[in-house]
Ligand binder design. Structure first.
Ligand code: C2E
Ligand code: CA
Ligand code: CA
Length: 564
């Protein structure tokens, strides 16, 4: 199969040179005849007749754009519209920059500028384009993405590998491009609009890859890949994409993420390189003012760390390295603050890395599903603590536990929690369930139905990180919620920035409309506490009262603060 890439192939391939000027035909002929059989045409119409006659043996077409009778653009249009000729690569001969871009967009494979480059350059270009297209032909039928016409991933990897083999000296970038919250674009604006977004992005990426002598592919949904010449930066690509998207709609803002892995003579296989570029892109989640990320040593370090953690979790559970901390929530509207409830927060006492906060591992465990095991452990600990404190102090401190979006997919979740509550002799209202707002947009229907069941049985639902997600207000009115937990970001500046405070007041109004109390999280200083009290916020959780503490230490709040 690889023979056809060889320079010293015996059988000469046939190419068609189309140009109305005799000198140009002569010149190209002289340069290429040593390597190819050449047939000539003087305009588009003549060319088309020759293409029809030689369809099976034609390896490439070198096409002038400005010609009498039928010009080059019209010919390209005809060829690209016809399944029989679409795959014959067209190299455009032109002296105008604008025309180059236009012809590439129409589907030309490459261009040669007039006055002609050095003969070696022309020979190399023609040869390369033929290589590329032949390889494409072998696999084309099954290896193209239906929607965008880009390569599928499997073929793309293989093909990128071939590019390396034949151009060892080229420095390449493995690039991943995806769309921030693409599922929301689909959900809110409909699949058809979603498809148009994908097509627009794929066209821009395809052109960018072409201009930079590379190839492009589409993976799942909104995952795109390019294997291209190494770039100084990707700001240019970002503005090209922004411009193309702006043409699509001026109401919808589409934000993309670009991850780059620079391939320096390394032994990583293709798949790894693109895994890394995708990883870099994924670090941009939630970073709203950043669009481009590189895979660098810092990221590599994080990857090793993550892999270690994933590797150690079973051991960690078996050796009881996980511990549940409790952070009090105080009611502040009754004169003196009163301990009302607590949130259970997981900690990992890792033998090597020390105490690890959940932000380092929760998302890892969500990715591989291990979070279900971990959360169940936390729920059980929380239930046992409620029972323990009830027996010891005669009061019930409701504890809220975090329910990951992944837990919702577990069909047994209701039974599991019901069993815990039953086993520890609690009432459902003692165990609150915290669901982060963004989970509502992931899989709203299933989530809502699960939460409704819980509520029917008497459990209380707290919507976590409210304001950081996307829920629209009219959606909010129909959601099963008993408590709103305001995202920490809102509280941070209320004592220094009037706008922030105003924002929180607005949210308080929404909560009143929904008839649910608000928990302000992340309250650290007295001033914040005072302001929140003033505007009628019911509950506060934050370092101002206490950091999350081990079960043992939590008792001092019960004896000191008194619960309802
Ligand atoms: P979250 O549910 O929003 O929890 C509140 C986080 O804010 C906790 O971080 C808490 O320690 C921190 N916090 C509380 N008061 C303050 C404050 O005044 N200032 C600042 N700067 N931070 C404050 P933590 O414990 O590191 O947990 C981080 C996140 O990890 C949680 O955010 C939650 O999303 C997740 N998480 C924690 N435990 C669990 C768990 O058992 N299961 C699941 N699925 N997720 C968990
Ligand atoms: Ca929480
Ligand atoms: Ca929160």
């Amino acid at each position: 199969m690889l023979d056809k890439f060889n320079y010293t192939e015996e059988l000469k391939k046939t190419i068609l040179v189309v140009d109305d000027e005799f000198v140009n035909r002569e010149l190209l002929g002289a340069i290429l005849e040593e390597y190819y059989n050449i047939i000539y045409a003087e305009n588009g119409e003549e060319a088309l007749a020759l293409i029809k006659a030689n369809e099976k043996i034609l390896s490439a077409i070198l096409l002038d754009l400005l010609m009498p009778v039928m010009d080059g653009f019209s010919l390209i249009d005809i060829l690209k519209d016809d399944g029989r000729y679409r795959s014959i690569p067209v190299i455009v001969l032109t002296s105008e920059k604008q025309a180059e871009v236009e012809s590439l967009r129409k589907g030309a494979a490459d261009f040669i500028t007039k006055p002609y480059d050095a003969p070696e350059v022309i020979i190399a270009r023609v040869k390369r384009i033929i290589e590329l297209s032949e390889d494409r032909l072998v696999i084309q039928s099954t290896e193209r993405d239906e929607l965008t016409g880009l390569f599928t991933k499997t073929f793309f990897y293989e093909y990128a590998g071939l590019m390396d083999r034949y151009h060892r000296d080229r420095e390449m970038d493995a690039v991943s491009v995806n769309i921030d919250r693409f599922h929301l674009v689909n959900e809110i604006y409909g699949r058809e609009f979603g498809n148009r977004v994908l097509l627009t992005l794929s066209n821009t990426i395809r052109d960018f890859a072409r201009v930079n002598e590379g190839i492009a592919a589409r993976g799942d949904a909104d995952d795109f890949y390019m294997y291209i010449n190494r770039q100084e930066g990707y700001e240019g690509l970002v503005s090209q994409i922004d411009r193309a998207m702006a043409g699509l709609s001026d109401a919808v803002h589409i934000k993309i993420r670009i991850g780059v892995y620079t391939c320096l003579a390394d032994s990583q296989d293709m798949e790894n390189r693109f895994d890394r570029s995708r990883l870099a892109a994924n670090t941009l989640r939630g970073k709203f003012n950043q669009t481009i990320a590189y895979y660098d040593s810092e990221l590599q370090h994080k990857v090793f760390y993550s892999e270690r953690l994933i590797n150690d979790i079973h051991d960690g559970i078996a050796r009881k390295q996980f511990e549940v901390y409790y952070q009090p929530k105080y009611g502040i509207l009754e004169g003196k603050p009163v301990l009302k409830m607590a949130e259970a927060l997981i900690r990992w006492n890792h033998p090597e890395f020390g105490r690890i906060a959940p932000l380092d591992f929760i998302s890892l465990f969500e990715e591989n599903g291990l979070i279900q095991m971990l959360d169940h452990f936390v729920w059980k600990e929380a239930a046992s603590s409620i029972k323990y404190w009830k027996d010891k102090f005669g009061v019930t401190i409701p504890v809220s536990v975090n329910v990951s979006r992944i837990d919702i997919y577990d069909h047994q979740i209701e039974d599991k929690i019901e069993t815990l509550v039953h086993d520890y002799g609690l009432s459902p209202a003692d165990l609150h369930l915290e669901i982060t707002e963004s989970a509502y947009s992931d899989n709203a229907e299933q989530l809502i139905s699960v939460l409704k069941h819980f509520r029917q049985r008497g459990y209380l639902i707290e919507m976590d990180d409210f304001g950081a997600g996307y829920s629209s207000l009219n959606m909010l009115a129909n959601l099963p919620i008993d408590v709103l937990k305001l995202d920490m970001g809102f509280i941070q500046d209320i004592h220094t920035d009037e706008k922030s405070l105003h924002m929180v007041q607005l949210i308080m109004d929404i909560a009143r409309f929904l008839k649910v109390p608000v928990v302000a999280e992340g309250v650290e200083v007295e001033e914040q506490y005072r302001l929140l009290k003033e505007i009628g916020c019911e509950l506060i959780q934050g370092y101002y009262f206490s950091r999350p503490v081990p079960k043992q230490d939590f008792e001092k709040f019960i004896t000191g603060g008194g619960a309802v």
